[in-house]
Ligand binder design. Structure first.
Ligand SMILES: Nc1ncnc2c1ncn2[C@@H]1O[C@@H]2COP(=O)(O)O[C@H]3[C@@H](O)[C@H](n4cnc5c(N)ncnc54)O[C@@H]3COP(=O)(O)O[C@H]2[C@H]1O
Ligand SMILES: Nc1ncnc2c1ncn2[C@@H]1O[C@@H]2COP(=O)(O)O[C@H]3[C@@H](O)[C@H](n4cnc5c(N)ncnc54)O[C@@H]3COP(=O)(O)O[C@H]2[C@H]1O
Lengths: 141, 141
C-alpha cells in the first residue's frame, strides 16, 4: 500500500531553518519575551544564550502564570523576572541526522522540537505541522 | 507493509470527550477566560453558548493581544471585554462519523478540532497529540 518509512527520512529536509525561528535570550526580561510571543503569534519559542546555544523553551503560559499575583494580575513581575527564571530547560532535542520516526515520538508530547548540532547550537525546529504535512503527502497526495 | 487507512477510522473512538474539555462561555469577561486558560494550562479552548453549542475558539494570544495598550500592558481591558469580542468564530468542525483522514487535513492548520452533532452541540475535540499517537501505534507499536 505504501512504503512510507519515517525511520529512513532525516529531519534535515523538512525542518524550519534557525534563521526564521523566533526566539528569545536567557537574560531578556519577561516583558520583552511576552512582546516577542505576542508579535510573532507563537505560544512558545526556543531560548538561546549569547552563543546561540539552545537552553530551553519559554511559553506564554510560563509568563502569564507569573503575572497572576495573590489578588489580581500584577504586571510588575514582568519587569523584574527574566526568561531564565521561568523557562523549561528539561526538554528533548534532536540532530539533523535523526529520523522523522524519532521526531514523531517527541512530537506526541511537544508541539515542536529543537534541532541542535554537536555544540548545542540551534539549527532549526521541527513541528507537528511539518510532520502532519509529510504524513498527509505520503498517504493522500 | 501496513494497511493503515485513516479514511476508514471514525474520529469517535479516539476523541477527547466533551466532559473533560475545558471551555468558556460567549459572555465570560476576558479576565475569567484568561484564568481558565492559565489554570488548565491550555493555550486555546472552545467557546460554547448557554445551550452547549460550539461558537468558536479563544486563545491566550487573543486575550494577551487585547492587553497591549499604546504604552504598556493595560489590564483594565480584560474586565471590559468579553470572550465573544475576541474569539475566532470561523473555524472548521467535524462530526463523530468523520474519518481520521478528514481530521488530519484540518489538524495540519489547527492544533485541535471540535467534534459537533447535527445541532452544533460539542461532543468532544480531536487533537494533534491523539492523531500522532494513532499514527505511531499503527507504524511503531
Ligand atoms: N503565524 C502563524 N501562521 C500560521 N499558523 C500558525 C501561526 N502561528 C501558529 N500557527 C498554527 O498554530 C499551531 C500552534 O502554534 P503554537 O504557537 O502554539 O506552537 C508552535 C510554536 O510554539 C513553535 N513554532 C512554530 N513555528 C515557529 C517559528 N517560526 N519560530 C518559533 N517557534 C515556532 O512550534 C509550535 C508548533 O507549530 P506548528 O506549526 O506545528 O503549529 C502551529 C500552526 O499550525
Ligand atoms: N495539561 C497538559 N498535560 C500534558 N500535556 C499538555 C497539557 N497541556 C498541553 N499539553 C501538550 O501541549 C500541546 C499543546 O497544547 P495547547 O494548549 O497549545 O493546545 C491544545 C489545546 O488548545 C487543546 N486541548 C487539548 N486538550 C484539551 C482539553 N482537555 N480541553 C480543552 N482544550 C484542549 O488542543 C490543543 C492541542 O492539544 P494536544 O494534546 O494535541 O497538544 C498539547 C499537549 O501535547
Amino acid at each position: 500500500l505504501s512504503n512510507f518509512d519515517l525511520s529512513s527520512i532525516p529531519v534535515k529536509d523538512s525542518m524550519i531553518d534557525a534563521e526564521i525561528v523566533a526566539h528569545v535570550q536567557l537574560q531578556n526580561p519577561l516583558e520583552h519575551a511576552l512582546l516577542v510571543l505576542t508579535k510573532t503569534g507563537y505560544n512558545a519559542v526556543p531560548v538561546l544564550d549569547l552563543e546561540s546555544k539552545f537552553c530551553g523553551i519559554i511559553s506564554k503560559s510560563n509568563i502569564v502564570e507569573e503575572m497572576f499575583g495573590i489578588e489580581q494580575i500584577e504586571v510588575s513581575r514582568l519587569h523584574e523576572k527574566k526568561v531564565e527564571d521561568v523557562m523549561e530547560s528539561d526538554v528533548p532535542t534532536i540532530t539533523e541526522q535523526d529520523s522523522l520516526e524519532k521526531a514523531l515520538h517527541i512530537l506526541i508530547n511537544y508541539s515542536f522540537v529543537c534541532v541542535v548540532d554537536e555544540e548545542e547550537k540551534m539549527q532549526g525546529i521541527y513541528t507537528r505541522r511539518e510532520i502532519l504535512k509529510q504524513i498527509r503527502n505520503e498517504f493522500y497526495r
